[in-house]
Design a protein around this ligand. Structure first.
Ligand code: NAP
Length: 504
């Protein structure tokens, strides 16, 4: 029987990673992803300065995009403003046809897009491919929705009057997106906005601008007219100030942290912009005594570790009732031990790197703080030697005063808390200032409904660790933001009702 030496495995892994990175770098080269897209023109920053893009798994430079500031943001606003009358007056079915072509191009190029996401964001390739499939679903949904901006008529209060309510696009939309789903976040905002007849200016995250530029390349091929879809890359503050301060921009659609969301909301106040804010979460993952423990462990693995724990809906606090505590912990540790971590281009990887060094430093701070407060580390995986990886960890007996009770870990670190009664866990779950998503495992329908009714979150996953659905209203309450993305709720965000009162 032949055996494979560890060095041979390492060599073959390196070769696989090299091939994966080469495929993604070919996309960057062949698609020429090094310029921003304003008014239908691919262009550099006025200053010619560039911003390096880093592979978080290796820590090396993989590309560079224009480092733009205020003046380029203003040029994008000029373009989007000028393009708005033509785009908004097009027939809905004409806009739908272009969106459909964009959707089809995303599908045709799904493997190239997934490679690009793995390279610039780090998530394992299979998860990157699922992200692209999610983006396609949003483009498809809103291509269809474009034709359904229905108005209403309503009974008048006088015989010689008629009352009609029409839906009109909001206008120019600024879309500021995060790095954790660098393609889906762009499509989830732009597809409904474009379907409604708005024009958009995207400001992608500095860490992951390439996926947004790839989306723009395909949008250009799909046939969006010049100025309808713009991408400005560069420095967040001046671009953000230009976009939020200009009265011609009528809406800000932002996904990112609560802190930045609040700041942008303040900046938008002076021009009274419409806002859609998808902000941070701090999801409770609740397992009741009567739950199916295997299903709960499987759900926790997905909810906690998907995208290396860097999703806004990640289980941030795992609450176990006394009766299932020991059994859940044992099975959860066993499942965690079986997880694979490494470069996202290696087949079968489940956990990739964190996005950057600051993210690694933040999780180290939160883990140290929890340990000092009295938490026990019961599991820690080994680290690959390079890039921005952090050790997947499980902590038990985490005191509620630990910082990670209130802050998003945004890492593959699972803090476990014990509770005794239904009321205790509802109070604990709701004790935080955010309210995006929560998870509940139980087999008692009455208990499920009772608890779900009281959880202060916009989304509740019941006996399921995933909640994504392009047709559902995704969004949070409290400091997790306002507005919804997905389904007709996400479409309505980009429409303003106009009420016409007719005297006959
Ligand atoms: P972030 O730091 O708030 O950044 C989000 C976006 O805002 C990036 O494009 C960033 O640009 C930009 N930005 C930062 N400061 C700005 C400013 N002063 N003016 C204008 N733009 C500014 O958040 P992140 O670290 O990228 O993303 C993680 C956060 O997003 C987490 O809290 C997560 O929960 C949340 N999130 C929420 C949802 C949801 O649907 N609710 C989905 C995904 C993520 P730079 O990258 O260039 O700094």
């Amino acid at each position: 029987m032949s055996s494979v030496a560890p060095n041979d495995i390492a060599d073959s892994n390196e070769a696989t990673i090299r091939e994966g990175r080469a495929r993604a770098r070919n996309v960057i080269r062949d698609w020429d992803l090094k310029r921003a897209f304003i008014n239908g023109v691919w262009r550099d920053a006025d200053s010619r300065e560039v911003l390096d893009v880093i592979d978080p798994a290796k820590g090396d430079v993989i590309g560079a995009v224009p480092f733009m500031r205020t003046s380029e943001a203003r040029q994008a606003i000029d373009a989007a403003h000028a393009a708005f009358p033509g785009w908004s007056r097009m027939l809905a079915k004409e806009r739908a046809a272009i969106l459909r072509r964009w959707r089809d191009l995303l599908e045709t190029h799904q493997e190239e897009l997934a490679s690009l996401i793995t390279l610039e964001q780090g998530k394992p390739y299979d998860q990157a491919l699922r992200e692209v499939v999610g983006a396609i679903a949003y483009a498809e949904w809103y291509g269809e929705e474009a034709k359904r901006a229905y108005g209403q008529t309503m009974p008048a209060t006088q015989r010689d009057r008629r009352v009609v309510v029409q839906k009109h696009p909001v206008g120019v939309v600024a879309a500021i997106t995060p790095w954790n789903f660098p393609l889906t976040m762009v499509v989830r905002k732009c597809a409904p906005a474009l379907a409604a007849g708005c024009t958009v200016i995207v400001k992608p995250a500095e860490d992951t601008p390439l996926s947004a530029l790839a989306a723009a390349k395909l949008a250009e091929q799909a046939g969006f007219p010049a100025g309808v879809f713009n991408v400005v890359t560069g420095q967040p503050h001046p671009i953000g100030e230009a976009l939020t301060g200009d009265p011609r921009v009528r809406m800000l659609s932002f996904t990112g942290s609560t802190a930045v969301g609040k700041r942008l909301m303040e900046q938008c106040a002076a021009t009274m912009k419409k806002l859609s804010l998808e902000l941070g979460g701090n999801a409770p993952f609740i397992v009741m005594d009567d739950a199916d423990i295997d299903a709960a462990v499987a759900g926790a693995m997905i909810s906690k570790f998907r995208n290396s724990g860097q999703t806004c809906v990640c289980a941030n606090r795992i609450f176990l009732q006394d009766g299932v505590y020991d059994a859940f912990v044992e099975k959860f540790v066993a499942a965690s031990t079986a997880q694979t971590m490494g470069n996202g281009f290696l087949p079968g990887m489940e956990i990739g790197p964190l996005i950057n060094r600051q993210a690694v430093a933040k999780v180290e701070r939160l883990v140290e703080n929890a340990k000092k407060a009295g938490a026990t580390l019961i599991y820690g995986a080994d680290l690959p030697g390079e890039g921005h990886f952090t050790r997947p960890l499980i902590m038990t007996d985490v005191p509620h005063v630990a910082d990670c009770f209130n802050e998003e870990l945004f890492a593959p670190v699972a803090p476990i808390y014990r509770f005794t009664t239904e009321n205790d866990v509802i109070e604990l779950a709701n004790r935080v200032r955010t309210g995006l998503s929560s998870y509940l495992y139980s087999r008692d329908i009455g208990r499920i409904q009772r608890i779900a009714d009281q959880l202060e979150t916009g989304v509740v996953g019941i006996n399921d660790g995933t909640t994504s659905h392009e047709g559902a209203p995704f969004g949070g309450v409290k400091e997790s933001g306002q507005g919804r993305e997905g389904g007709h709720w996400g479409f309505e965000e980009y429409l303003e009702p106009k009420y016409l009162n007719y005297a006959l």
